[in-house]
Write a protein of this length. Structure first.
Length: 387
C-alpha cells in the first residue's frame, strides 16, 4: 500500500519520523514524500528523517514559530488560514501513485489536535483517495489540558476522516518510565504495527508471492465506513535456513512441519486480537476486521490464516473478516497484525465523552456566573449578610 503521510504537530511529526526510519530499516516502500506540519520551528528542526523541503511551518504571522501553547482552537484557526501552504507541499506529491492519505497527530496538544481535522476536511474535498487519521490519545499524566483537548478533537477528527486509527498512550506507559523514554518506545511500537499493516501487499525484491496476499483494496475496504479502529500485534521468533530454497505458501515441502506452522499462525492471530491493542476495546461489536500474517514464506500457512479468520468471525460477531499473508523472506520471526475497524465497546472513548460533557457543562456554568456578575455589577458588594 502506498500512503501520502502527513504528521501534524509535535507528536505527529515525531511519529512520521519513526515511520520513515522503519521504512528505511526494513527496505520497504510505503510512504510517499512524508510531510511534517507544525507551528513550532524547534519541533520541525528536531526531526531526523523528514526531508527539509517537506517541513511546513505555519502560523508564522501569529505565533512566530513558537507554537500555540496547547490552544487547539488557535491551532485550528491557523490551519484554516494557512491551508494553501500545506497544499503547496502536497502538490509535489504524485497523487496518482498513492492509495490513501494518512494524517498523524497527537490529540492532546494544540497544533495537531486543532489542525489535523481541518486538513482532513480539506483533503477530502480536493482528492478522491480516502483520508485516514492516526490519532494519539494522551496519557493521564500529561495533564488535564491534554485530556480536554483530546476530548474536543476526537469527535471532530472522527467526523472528518474516512476512518480514525487510534493509539492510546495511557494504555502503553510503563511504571517508572521517563516521559521522553516512554514516547520514544511508543513511537517505535506505532511504526512497527502500522508499518506491517500498511506494508502488506508491497512487492518484495525476491518476487516471493504468497497464496493470499493482502493488498491496498483489502485495507481500504476494511477501513471504509468510518468510525474508530484499533490494531493488535503478536510475534514469535522462528529458525530459518537462509541457505535453502524458500517454498511458496502451499508448497508440499517437508522443510517445515505443516501442523506446527498452522498452530503457530492460529495462535498468533488470537494473541494479537486478545493482547495489547493500540486502543483497548471489547472485540464484540467490531464491524470489520483484517488479519495480516508476515514472516518467512515457509513459516506462513494458509490453513492457519483461514482458522484465524474463522476465529475472528466468531469473536467479533462480524462476517466481514479479511485476511492474508505478507511474505518476508529475510525475517527471523512470524508476526500477526489484526486490524479491528468500527469498534464500539471502547471504555477510553466513553471516558473522553464524559470529559467533554463535563467541560461543556463547566463552560456553560462559568458563562452563567459571568452573566450574573455582569447583571448585578458591584451591587453584590453592598448586600448585607443573611445572618
Amino acid at each position: 500500500m502506498k500512503l501520502a503521510l502527513i504528521g501534524f504537530g509535535q507528536a505527529g511529526g515525531k511519529i512520521v519520523d519513526a515511520f520513515v526510519d522503519y521504512e528505511q530499516r526494513t527496505g520497504q516502500d510505503i510512504f510517499t514524500a512524508p510531510v511534517a506540519v507544525n507551528t513550532a520551528a524547534a519541533d520541525l528542526a528536531g526531526l531526523e528523517h523528514v526531508p527539509d523541503e517537506n517541513r511546513v511551518l505555519i502560523g508564522q504571522s501569529r505565533v512566530e514559530g513558537h507554537g500555540v501553547g496547547g490552544d487547539n482552537e488557535l491551532g485550528a484557526e491557523i490551519a484554516a488560514d494557512d491551508i494553501e501552504e500545506m497544499q503547496g507541499a502536497l502538490d509535489r506529491l504524485s497523487t496518482h501513485e498513492i492509495d490513501a492519505f494518512l494524517i498523524v497527530a497527537g490529540l492532546g496538544g494544540g497544533t495537531g489536535s486543532g489542525g489535523a481535522p481541518v486538513l482532513a476536511e480539506h483533503l477530502r474535498m480536493i482528492y478522491t483517495e480516502p483520508v485516514f487519521g492516526l490519532g494519539i490519545l494522551p496519557a493521564a499524566a500529561e495533564g488535564g489540558l491534554y485530556t480536554l483537548n483530546a476530548a474536543r478533537s476526537f469527535r471532530t477528527f472522527v467526523r472528518e476522516v474516512d476512518n480514525l486509527l487510534v493509539f492510546d498512550n495511557d494504555a502503553w506507559r510503563s511504571a517508572g518510565e521517563s516521559m521522553r523514554g516512554g514516547f520514544e518506545r511508543i513511537n517505535q511500537e506505532i511504526a512497527r504495527r502500522f508499518g506491517i499493516l500498511f506494508g502488506a501487499g508491497a512487492v518484495d525484491a525476491s518476487d516471493v508471492v504468497g497464496e493470499s496476499v493482502v493488498d491496498a483494496s483489502d485495507i481500504i475496504n476494511t477501513l471504509s465506513g468510518g468510525g474508530v479502529s484499533t490494531v493488535g500485534y503478536a510475534r514469535e521468533t522462528v529458525e530459518t535456513d537462509t541457505g535453502s530454497s524458500i517454498p511458496l505458501l502451499g508448497d508440499d515441502s517437508d522443510s517445515v512441519d505443516g501442523t506446527e506452522t498452522t498452530n503457530r499462525v492460529t495462535s498468533l492471530v488470537r494473541k494479537a486480537a486478545l493482547g495489547r491493542l493500540t486502543l483497548p476495546c471489547d472485540l464484540q461489536g467490531t464491524e470489520r476486521s483484517l488479519l495480516v500474517c508476515s514472516g518467512p514464506p515457509e513459516h506462513l500457512n494458509r490453513k492457519g490464516i483461514e482458522r484465524g479468520r474463522a476465529w475472528l468471525e466468531a469473536e467479533t460477531g462480524s462476517m466481514e473478516v479479511r485476511g492474508g499473508d505478507y511474505p518476508l523472506p529475510s525475517a527471523d520471526h512470524v508476526a500477526s497484525v489484526v486490524l479491528l475497524a468500527g469498534v464500539h465497546q471502547v471504555p477510553r472513548v466513553k471516558e473522553l465523552q464524559r470529559v467533554a460533557i463535563e467541560a461543556k457543562e463547566g463552560i456553560a456554568q462559568r458563562e452563567r456566573d459571568d452573566n450574573l456578575q455582569a447583571l448585578l455589577g458591584d451591587e453584590t458588594e453592598e448586600l448585607a449578610p443573611l445572618y
